[in-house]
Ligand binder design. Structure first.
Ligand SMILES: NC(=O)c1ccc[n+]([C@@H]2O[C@H](COP(=O)([O-])OP(=O)(O)OC[C@H]3O[C@@H](n4cnc5c(N)ncnc54)[C@H](O)[C@@H]3O)[C@@H](O)[C@H]2O)c1
Length: 318
């Protein structure tokens, strides 16, 4: 049995043979294979066509070791666009957001994707982005709160500034986006929102990242309480809980904490997962896609864990 102590650090993932992802068996769902290297079956939900989505952190940082990987926000944008959703993505780094747009259009020339530079920890930036989406598409049906970051350290050794910055990026960003978007969805009498938590929000995962773990846990309750308040208004909100996912973040983690040894970090992360490998951003995005589609019309105030079985392990002794 995989041990929790072997789960090395928060985010990541890596190559490995891509295994088929089992998607919903609902009758209105068709499947197709992405025409690129990411060969996961991806669901197509008919109800998503022509909807409008705002995705935060859509950026695709330039990778050197493994450029085929996607960030979680970028992957969500791609799968939404492939379902006919008009996607508006924002990111701190416009160049990275533009890269995602290019990658989406490379596979699907009909995709509708707009990108914008914004820091979603700043309320005026969030207001401006939301106004921009309305100017462009007149409505917002889907909000994917994706931005997040982690810093190592516990309550005594982490600087106050580092802790506060994680509150801002991981939690305040989601509050600000919901603060602006919920009244719009309320007028529409419909909407679907996801927040991006992490298995680190469920407990200790082998390393101290107190700011990350605390904020990712808080997001789960944010989703639950908001879901109850907005259920009568036809708005659903759920959390996605990714495990160890191989995004561009992993390359950065290797540089920052593993002296650039990407392969070693990948191996360690793979070893901690019962399925024997880290997940891909597309596998996380498939969960997001399901939750914002009408296939999940009776699902609100809950979470979907995408972790290859990591959190099914309850003991590392014995
Ligand atoms: N990669 C993993 O293993 C993993 C695991 C669990 C949860 N997650 C969560 O998934 C989400 C995305 O992670 P990722 O691995 O794709 O990360 P990433 O760093 O590759 O991508 C995040 C994107 O968000 C952007 N961003 C950061 N702060 C921003 C801000 N203030 N305003 C606007 N944009 C901002 C970054 O520029 C980047 O493009 C995060 O919430 C992360 O915590 C990731």
């Amino acid at each position: 049995m995989a041990s929790l102590s072997k789960i090395p650090t928060l985010c990541s993932n890596f190559i490995l043979p891509l295994r088929p992802l089992v998607c919903s068996t609902l009758s209105n769902v068709r499947h197709y294979t992405l025409p690129s290297r990411n060969r996961h079956p991806v669901a197509l939900y008919n109800d998503l066509k022509d909807k409008v989505a705002l995705v935060t952190g859509i950026g695709q940082a330039q990778q050197t070791v493994d450029p085929s990987q996607w960030g979680n926000g970028a992957a969500a944008a791609k799968l939404l666009a492939n379902n006919g959703v008009k996607v508006f993505g924002c990111d701190l780094h416009l160049k990275d957001a533009e890269r995602t747009k290019q990658r989406i259009l490379e596979d699907n020339q009909d995709a509708i994707v707009e990108v914008w530079e914004a820091d979603v920890t700043k309320s005026h930036d969030v207001s401006a982005v939301v106004q921009r989406v309305l100017d462009k598409f007149s409505r917002i049906d889907i909000l994917v709160n994706n931005v997040g970051m982690s810093r190592p350290g516990g309550p005594a050794d982490m600087s106050v500034d580092a802790f506060r910055s994680q509150l801002e990026v991981n939690l305040t960003s989601t509050f600000l986006c919901c603060h602006e978007v919920l009244p719009i969805m309320e007028k529409q009498r419909a909407g679907a929102i996801t927040v991006t938590s992490s298995i680190a929000g469920l407990g200790y995962i082998g390393k101290m990242h107190i700011g990350y773990s605390t904020t990712k846990a808080a997001l789960l309750n944010f989703a639950k309480c908001t879901a109850v308040q907005y259920a009568p208004k036809g708005i659903r909100i759920n959390a996605v809980i990714p495990g160890l996912i191989r995004t561009p973040l992993v390359e950065r983690l290797a540089k920052e904490y593993q002296a650039g040894n990407y392969e070693k970090l990948v191996k360690r992360r793979d070893e901690g997962v019962p399925l024997g490998r880290q997940g891909t951003a597309m596998e996380v995005a498939n969960a997001t896609l399901f939750l914002v589609s009408d296939a999940a019309s009776y699902i609100t105030g809950t979470s979907l864990t995408v972790d290859g079985g990591v959190t099914a392990v309850v003991s590392n002794k014995g």
